[in-house]
Design a protein around this ligand. Structure first.
Ligand SMILES: Nc1ncnc2c1ncn2[C@@H]1O[C@H](COP(=O)(O)OP(=O)(O)OP(=O)(O)O)[C@@H](O)[C@H]1O
Ligand SMILES: [Mg+2]
Length: 205
């Protein structure tokens, strides 16, 4: 029986999404399912090129949203839908909720434009469950500062930007009809993992 599920993780830069991907993948494998771990923007060779542009080249706000959705279309058609069709689960580090949060919440893109693009690019697909790592941007900033790599164009944004992104994420979670599970991402890695495990068990009993 083909019962692939589409799972996404979301949250501001440095909230801890990537740190818990392998844990989620193991939880899925423990159910006997195959899992494809992927990310956005990116997930395909062309998508990774678009990611490099989106993260490094300055561009106008609508252009930015179009680049994100262009990469997403490739990702959906070449990776996500084929995997779900095989019965695998797909675990993606970000998807359209990130575009809503960053481009609408952060950059001021009208929600109507977002909704039009979302309907165009994935009219019949939404994640089955989304885990939103919710964290105070000041803590996320401190966590990132401990990393040695150079920040990208988004990571260099000011605290106000991330406060707006966080609010937009929470607003979208509130209107998601239970799809988006908010996970308190503060505190230790172990504490976050325990709350994530509980949220996962609630989402997939
Ligand atoms: N609970 C935690 N306590 C302390 N440090 C943490 C915690 N979770 C993650 N970190 C550290 O914070 C940094 C950012 O975490 P991570 O890369 O998982 O965030 P992210 O949400 O994937 O960020 P990005 O959106 O930039 O990819 C990493 O150095 C990670 O080791
Ligand atoms: Mg990450």
């Amino acid at each position: 029986m083909n019962t692939g599920r589409f799972i996404t993780v979301e949250g501001i830069d440095g909230a801890g999404k990537s740190s818990h991907l392998e844990f989620l993948a193991s939880a899925i494998r423990a159910r006997g399912a195959g899992v494809v771990v992927t990310r956005e923007p990116g997930g395909t060779p062309l998508g990774e090129k678009l990611r490099a542009l989106a993260l490094n080249d300055p561009m106008e706000g609508t252009t930015e949203a179009l680049v994100m959705f262009a990469a997403r279309r490739e990702h959906l058609v070449r990776v996500i839908e084929p995997a779900l069709g095989r019965g695998d689960w797909v675990l993606s580090d970000r998807f359209s909720d990130a575009t809503y949060a960053y481009q609408c919440g952060g950059r001021g893109l009208p929600a109507s434009v977002f909704l039009t693009l979302e309907r165009l690019v994935h009219p019949d697909r939404q994640p089955d469950a989304t885990f939103l790592f919710d964290l105070d941007p000041a803590i996320a900033y401190e966590r990132q500062r401990a990393q040695s790599r150079d920040p990208d164009r988004f990571e260099r944004e000011a605290a106000d930007f991330f406060r707006c992104v966080r609010e937009a994420y929470l607003e979208r979670a509130g209107s998601s009809g239970g799809r988006v599970h908010v996970v308190d991402a503060s505190g230790s890695l172990e504490g976050v993992r325990d709350r994530l495990a509980q949220a996962f068990a609630r989402a997939f009993p």
